[in-house]
Design a protein. Structure first.
Length: 498
């Protein structure tokens, strides 16, 4: 029993917009957390330091005042008397520069979040402003500690009370700050920062989604275009032109360029098939007619047999030449892919073609004007340049009349080389000059066929030249001859060297 092949499950589609929005929100969350935590910690530490400073100031102030007003020992009466005198002095506004600690003492006692407890030398509680949470721990120097309270941490300050003018300890002072005010601000700030962080994440996600929708909107057009081309490669569809100088704009332009090239190849293939079938129809019909005639009665007549065989061989030879030219044209349309980096010494090739034509056409006068100071490299495959020059020179020979003279010239501009081939023959009328590069076009069809032309030579030359980003132009006058000018780009390193 054959095992059934199970297709892998397709991956779940997740829109790039959602990924972008999620990434933006996540990035904003991370950055926001770092910023918010930094600010939050700095602010809360500052609040805690303020509470520490206030408690430390209260310890110093109260212990100093109690030490000054005590007569050798601390009692409940002496502590109350000290606080009452300070309160009366504050009410009568009699605080002077000598009584520097009067107002801080009152402020310390009036702060409801600080619990003040005074102990005598034996450690017995003799005065308190609120309920004492922690038991007294006798210390020999001022001490601030953070300890666990009833609900959260609290600050406890302890210091010995020394008699004024002596180091004798007469009691102990303990101040507790349950940090109620601090934690109230702490939780309020935590709530605010959490809300702000949530709003930042939400709005950054929405902003990321909206921005991605705007920036990635052309991808929808690109996808739709590709879907249409995938279903029918012959469809002539393109993505809308984007007036954007970014990666998506470049992608859209490259896609359109690729579709243009693909469409061009499809059109060329269709045209190739159509042209071949059209051009081969006549010689095939001629050969078929002669064969049928011979089959019926011509084979018994030696003269008819000879003529039919000769005509069939001529048509076969023409078909062979036509197929070869069509193949050359098909290859010429692919030079951008196969020979884009080819280079050739232009002067060497032109001189070679010039010498060859002088040898095979001794009845013609060939001249060559070379204005190059030194040979340069052009961006073209050597065989293709030779093929182009042979086509032009061959046409010049074919269409020369009484004045059998062909003139070749070679010169250069700043970044290109110009090759000209001139004859002094029949010439071409202006209305015909624009059509000479069309496939199978002949100015005089009857005379061209007699001269062996199929009307593909100039089409091959033009396609080769355009494939190497060059140009070919024609200047002609009836009865005065024609000039074909070829312009080919010079290889860049040659331009930079001079």
């Amino acid at each position: 029993m054959k095992e059934q092949l199970t297709k892998p499950k397709p991956r779940k589609f997740v829109s790039l917009k959602l990924k972008w929005a999620f990434g933006t929100a996540l990035g904003s969350l991370i950055i926001g957390l770092i910023v918010v935590v930094t600010i939050f910690m700095a602010f809360t530490n500052d609040l805690l330091n303020q509470e520490r400073s206030a408690l430390n100031q209260s310890l110093t102030t109260i212990s100093h005042q109690l030490g000054q007003n005590a007569n050798g020992s601390l009692t409940n009466a002496s502590v109350n008397a000290t606080f009452q005198r300070q309160a009366l002095a504050a009410d009568n506004q009699q605080v002077t520069s000598q009584n520097l600690y009067h107002r801080p003492l009152l402020q310390g006692l009036s702060n409801s979040h600080q619990n003040v407890a005074v102990y005598n030398q034996q450690g017995h509680l003799i005065f308190q402003t609120g309920k004492v949470i922690k038991e007294l721990q006798k210390v020999s120097a001022e001490q601030l500690t953070v300890q666990k309270g009833l609900h959260h941490k609290m600050i406890i300050g302890r210091t010995p009370i020394r008699m004024a003018g002596s180091k004798k300890i007469i009691g102990y002072l303990q101040i507790e700050n349950p940090l109620t005010n601090y934690y109230h601000r702490y939780h309020r700030l935590l709530l605010i920062t959490s809300l702000v962080l949530c709003l930042v994440v939400i709005f950054s996600g929405l902003l990321g989604y909206g921005l991605s929708y705007f920036l990635l909107r052309p991808l929808t057009d690109i996808r739709q275009t590709l879907e249409v081309v995938t279903k029918d490669p012959t469809k002539d569809v393109r993505t809308p032109e984007l007036k954007r100088n970014d990666e998506i704009g470049e992608l859209s332009a490259l896609l359109n360029e690729m579709l243009d090239r693909t469409q061009r190849y499809i059109d060329q293939q269709s045209q190739f098939v159509g042209d071949v079938s059209h051009e081969l129809r006549t010689p095939v019909a001629i050969i078929q007619g002669h064969m049928e005639m011979l089959e019926r009665w011509g084979k018994d007549d030696p003269k008819v047999l000879e003529n039919s065989i000769k005509a069939s061989l001529d048509e076969t030879s023409r078909m062979n030449n036509l197929v070869q030219e069509m193949l050359d044209l098909s290859r010429a349309e692919q030079v951008e892919i196969k020979f884009r980096n080819a280079t050739t010494k232009v002067e060497e090739v032109v001189e070679q073609v010039y010498n060859n034509f002088k040898m095979i056409h001794p009845d013609f006068k060939f001249s060559f004007d070379n204005d190059l100071r030194q040979d340069v490299d052009v961006n073209i495959y050597r065989d293709h340049l030779e093929q182009i020059l042979i086509i032009l020179c061959d046409n010049a020979v074919k269409y020369s009349t009484d004045r059998k003279e062909i003139h070749l010239s070679l010169s250069r501009n700043f970044n290109s080389v110009e090759i000209a081939v001139q004859d002094f023959g029949e010439g071409i009328a202006p209305e015909e000059a624009a059509k000479v590069f069309d496939r199978f076009y002949r100015v005089d069809k009857a005379r061209s066929r007699k001269k062996g032309g199929n009307g593909l030579g100039l089409s091959i030359a033009e396609r080769l030249i355009k494939g190497y980003h060059g140009t070919i132009t024609l200047e002609s006058q009836v009865g005065a001859g024609s000039i074909f000018r070829i312009t080919l780009p010079i290889v860049k390193n040659e331009v930079n060297d001079e």
